[in-house]
Write a protein that binds this ligand. Structure first.
Ligand code: FRU
Length: 446
């Protein structure tokens, strides 16, 4: 059944709450996207790993679940983690979360599959090393220098965000190697770390720094964000060496807990949980009435170009394009009833001003005086809210609008704005102003 806000090309659960993408992998030709899932309710009280699979990253099947909390050391949640393939087997690394009489204890755990259908948990778990609290979770594993490496999001006993490092030669037994990265920029805890190379010279560390109160069980109202740092892994020192500050991965309202993987075309693809909602926004999210909550972002390809990180929509989405309409007038009102569509605005040169509204003015984009602003209507307050960035010049916009999401790629992925977008208007009309002479606006129904 198609609910009012049901997306047509984003991964979302048929029921319950979805959060972080987990265990992203292409295994024996098929893409596996596991995810944090509360199948029973639209709250965070229970977590297992749900699963979506695909052969093209656009059309997804939902075979159900992979890991449930059924052991003493994961009884209170199969928390986030990653996947790798070795000897034709899929290895899943996750955090077993337990809370006994209010006291948290975490283990990094392993499950192995020989067919992508049955996942057998290994009995042992990796204990949190001395010097760190039990906020130790979200293992990410990769292979380098003839070894396996695992980083884990952590908090030092001094209440500083950190990332711990472990190595292994057999994927089952892991030895603690020290702190991979720690910095006050990581606030009081670092969730969901990931690290990968984009070129021989450039490695990227992605992090989710989180502010936490000194009372370890109290989560502060939304204070965390997804960021990245450019640098290099020093495999001798066993540390990440940054060359700059942590920067925002996404400029929009909803993007968190991203994870990346490499596919068989050699592409580095990243996906995030499309939420950074506060408690009130989450509680009032209109899909809750339909029994489900949250979705993932579209997968994006990461590239390093001209000294910058770029996030580019996957070519695979082009298969969804239908009914192309091209506009070249300086301004236009495009009558539209479609709730899922793509817009490609190619100025073919640098422009200094442009105005766009989407979805019967529920969303706007304005570029003026070297500032780019994007807005949506907040579904709790009913008011317009705006995100803005300084932007030297604009030459291209690529916009993916799904029934209740919006992803706006600026200048071939130099910046991206991702957000949930619960429209209440009866049309999805589009208007624009100040299109330059060489420019074109192309609309595709999806
Ligand atoms: C990030 C996170 C992870 C944790 C998971 C629990 O959103 O808090 O650190 O493993 O969600 O669902």
């Amino acid at each position: 059944m198609k609910h009012k806000y049901k997306n047509s090309f984003h991964i979302e659960p048929a029921q319950g709450l979805l959060n972080d993408p987990n265990g992203l992998i292409q295994y024996q030709g098929k893409y596996y996207f596991f995810h944090q899932w509360n199948r029973f309710n639209t709250n965070h009280e229970y977590k297992e790993w749900g699963l979506f699979t695909s052969t093209d990253l656009v059309n997804w099947e939902n075979p159900g679940t992979a890991l449930v909390p059924d052991l003493a050391d994961d009884k209170d949640g199969i928390y986030s983690g990653s996947a790798i393939e070795h000897d034709q087997k899929m290895y899943l690394f996750y955090t077993g979360n337990t809370k006994t009489k209010g006291i948290r204890k975490s283990w990094q755990k392993i499950a192995v599959s020989a067919d992508g259908k049955t996942f057998i948990k290994e009995p042992q778990g990796i204990e949190t090393p001395a010097g760190f609290t039990e906020h130790h979770r979200d293992p990410k594993v990769w292979q380098s220098q003839g070894k396996w490496w695992m980083i884990v999001g952590a908090q030092t006993t001094e209440n500083v965000g950190a990332i711990t490092l472990f190595t292994s030669t057999d994927l089952i037994n892991w030895a603690f190697q020290g702190t991979f990265y720690s910095d006050p920029d990581l606030e009081q805890m670092c969730e969901c770390p990931d690290v990968f190379s984009l070129t021989d010279e450039v490695d990227i560390l992605t992090v989710c720094p989180q502010k936490r109160s000194s009372n370890e069980e109290i989560d502060l109202p939304v204070s965390s964000y997804a960021g990245y740092s450019v640098g290099k892994v020093d495999y001798q020192q066993k540390q990440f060496v940054p060359t700059g500050e942590i920067q925002l991965l996404d400029q929009g309202f909803d993007f968190y807990a991203p994870q990346s993987f490499q596919d068989d075309k050699g592409r580095r693809i990243i996906v995030a949980w499309m939420s950074r909602m506060d408690e009130e926004q989450e509680k009032q999210c209109p899909t809750i009435k339909e029994g489900y909550l949250h979705c993932l972002t579209m997968p994006r390809e990461l590239k390093w170009e001209q000294g910058q990180l770029r996030q580019v929509p996957l070519k695979e989405y082009q298969q969804l394009r239908k009914d192309q309409q091209t506009y070249t007038a300086a301004e236009e009102v495009i009558k539209n009833q479609q709730t899922a569509y793509e817009l490609v605005i190619d100025f073919k040169e640098e422009v200094s001003a442009f105005d766009l509204t989407l979805n019967a003015e529920a969303n706007s984009l304005q570029f003026k005086d070297n500032v780019l602003q994007v807005s949506r209507i907040n579904w709790v307050s009913g008011e317009k809210e705006v995100k803005e960035i300084p932007l030297e010049s604009l030459h291209k916009l690529q916009i993916f609008c799904d029934t209740s999401t919006l992803e706006i790629f600026i200048n071939d992925g130099q910046f991206v704005f991702s957000m949930r977008n619960f429209r209440t208007r009866s049309s999805s009309d589009i208007t624009y102003k100040h299109l330059n002479e060489k420019g074109s606006v192309v609309f595709y129904n999806y």
